[in-house]
Every structure is written in structure tokens, then in C-alpha cells.
Design a protein around this ligand. Structure first.
Ligand SMILES: C[S@@+](CC[C@H](N)C(=O)[O-])C[C@H]1O[C@@H](n2cnc3c(N)ncnc32)[C@H](O)[C@@H]1O
Length: 297
């Protein structure tokens, strides 16, 4: 029999030795997962006994983490926009920088309401929204939460990802307002009723295959290739995405796209076209241009 403090110390020492990034957090999350507890509990109960069976499960997970599996694949979850999402190796693990997509979209919608002389209520009554490449469903579900009057169409080319996204929408109680569609970008969206949107958002795959060797092994070896790579350079999907979005946005409709760390020079010129106005770029907390937004004329 061992206690919480000793078990945690041994686990994080193994992760440190394996050069796992954020090894303390990873060890904590894995122990909490095994014990079914939350983070405050662990520090309030350092002397609590850990059963032999729990210790065995914990050290088995530590070994898998040390071998490169992401913590989220071992716990099966990741938080995004204050909500817990189921994640599996079939979907991209939601990243904190993607929350900027939600922030920019909500800001743009609020400004549009003000310009129309309406009080921004943020209920999104009647709004038609599309999320392209929904993955775990994190963007669609965060928007459904913030805009309870909206209807959302979420596409993905991966059937396996759509199954996870659907489960996440059900779990958070939005499955009646989010329609999941298997589609290449917006290709199949017209088959499902709504042709024109007030808002189109997307975090497309944007890493270049030629950058693959520079990725962390957790990402390169464990996250789905279809979610990571946009092509040899990375930015290849944006041209079609922007052309299709222009055809599916109402006049005054808003496009919000997440950018890869070096996508901006390739993507910004695509929005110089006459279809678009009010183009703006938002940096993430690391100062990297992360989101580009534009309005359909
Ligand atoms: C970078 S991930 C983003 C997932 C999720 N929206 C997020 O922000 O965490 C890109 C997603 O786009 C999907 N995808 C890739 N190519 C696509 C295409 N041509 N059409 C639709 N979805 C695509 C992938 O399966 C993946 O789920």
C-alpha cells in the first residue's frame, strides 16, 4: 500500500526522466483519472492510501504517457471553453488557441447587431452557422452554448470524427441544434437545407507535411493526419474554403478562420478579393497571427 503523495512523486519522476513536457500536470491528471477525483482533492489528501490495483493502473498509464501517448488519449477528455469534451485518437485534441475563434466570432456578431441598431443580446436568435472540419465538435458546441437561438451545421470529412462530435453535442444537450454532415468542406451542406449562413467558422488542417519532422511525437504519432496536414505547405485548403464560404454566406455574413503559425501570408491575399470587406487578424497569446476574420459584401 502507498499514499497519494508518494505515488504522484514516483509517477512524475518517471515522466520527467522520459522528457515529457508538463510532466507534473500530466502525472496529476493521470492519478486523478485513476482515482476518479478532482484536482483540489489531490493536495488536500496527500496521505490518502492508494490501493495496489489503482497504483498498478496509474503506473501503466504513466508508462504509456512516457512512451508518447497524449495525456488526453489516456484520460479520454479535454476541456475547451469551460466544457469537457470526449477525445479519442480519431479527433484533434482541442487547443486553447482555438478559443480565439469563438471570441472573434462572438465579437463580430455583436458588432453586426450594434451596426444594425439592435442591442447585442448574444442569444443568436435565428442565426444560421456552419463549422467546417468540426473534429470533436468543440467550436460548434461552444457556439451553441453561447448562442442558444442559433442553428449550427457542422461538417467533417471523417466519419469517425463526426461520431465523436455527435456524442459530445449529445452530452452537452445541443444535439437538436447541431446538424452533423459528412462533407468535403462545404460540398454537401446544401443537401441539408440551409444554403446561406450568417457565420462560417473553421479550424482547418494547416500544418505542412514538410514540417512533420518538427512536430512533437505526441502530435505526429498520435493525432489524425487528416486533422493535422493541409498539404505539403499546410495552407492548401484555405483557397477552396474561402471560395466556398463566399458562395454560402449571406451579405454581411462573417467568416472566421484559424491560421497556422505561418499561414497568414498565403491566406490574407485570398481575402483581398472583391467579395470581402472588414478583414482583420487577431494574434494569440504567444503573439502569433492566429485568427483571420472577414465580412461578405
Ligand atoms: C485542425 S482539425 C480541427 C478540429 C476542431 N474543429 C478543432 O478546432 O479542434 C481539422 C478537422 O478538419 C477535418 N477535415 C480535414 N479535411 C477536411 C475536408 N476537406 N473537409 C471537411 N473536413 C476536413 C479533419 O477531419 C479534422 O477533424
Amino acid at each position: 500500500m502507498t499514499d497519494v503523495r508518494t505515488t504522484l512523486k514516483q509517477g512524475l519522476a518517471q515522466l520527467r526522466e522520459a522528457h515529457v513536457p508538463s510532466f507534473t500536470l500530466a502525472a496529476e491528471l493521470l492519478l486523478l483519472h485513476v482515482l476518479g477525483r478532482d484536482r483540489t482533492w489531490i493536495y488536500a489528501h496527500p496521505e490518502q492510501e492508494v490501493s495496489a490495483a489503482d497504483a498498478e493502473r496509474f503506473f501503466a498509464l504513466i508508462a504509456r504517457r512516457a512512451a508518447g501517448e497524449p495525456t488526453q488519449h489516456l484520460t479520454g477528455k479535454q476541456e475547451f471553453w469551460g466544457l469537457e469534451f470526449e477525445v479519442t485518437p480519431d479527433v484533434l485534441i482541442p487547443r486553447p488557441e482555438t478559443e480565439h475563434v469563438i471570441e472573434v466570432a462572438l465579437d463580430r456578431l455583436a458588432v453586426r447587431e450594434l451596426r444594425a441598431g439592435r442591442k447585442p443580446t448574444f442569444s443568436g436568435e435565428g442565426l444560421q452557422i456552419a463549422d467546417i472540419g468540426t473534429g470533436s465538435g468543440c467550436i460548434a458546441i461552444a457556439l451553441a452554448k453561447e448562442l442558444p437561438g442559433s442553428t449550427i451545421f457542422a461538417t467533417d470529412i471523417s466519419e469517425a470524427a463526426l461520431a465523436i462530435a455527435h456524442r459530445n453535442s449529445f452530452r452537452h444537450g445541443f444535439s437538436d441544434r447541431i446538424h452533423f454532415i459528412k462533407s468535403n468542406l462545404l460540398g454537401k451542406i446544401t443537401e441539408h437545407g440551409s444554403h446561406f449562413f450568417d457565420l462560417i467558422v473553421s479550424n482547418p488542417p494547416y500544418i505542412g507535411r514538410r514540417e512533420a519532422a518538427t512536430l512533437m511525437r505526441e502530435v505526429r504519432d498520435h493525432e489524425p493526419e487528416i486533422a493535422l496536414y493541409g498539404g505539403e505547405e499546410g495552407y492548401e485548403l484555405y483557397a477552396d474554403l474561402i471560395t466556398q464560404a463566399a458562395a454560402h454566406l449571406k451579405p454581411g455574413g462573417i467568416l472566421v478562420l484559424e491560421l497556422g503559425h505561418n499561414s497568414l501570408p498565403a491566406v490574407q491575399p485570398l481575402l483581398d478579393a472583391p467579395a470581402w470587406t472588414n478583414v482583420a487578424v487577431t494574434n494569440d497569446l504567444a503573439g502569433i497571427p492566429r485568427v483571420i476574420a472577414a465580412e461578405r459584401l
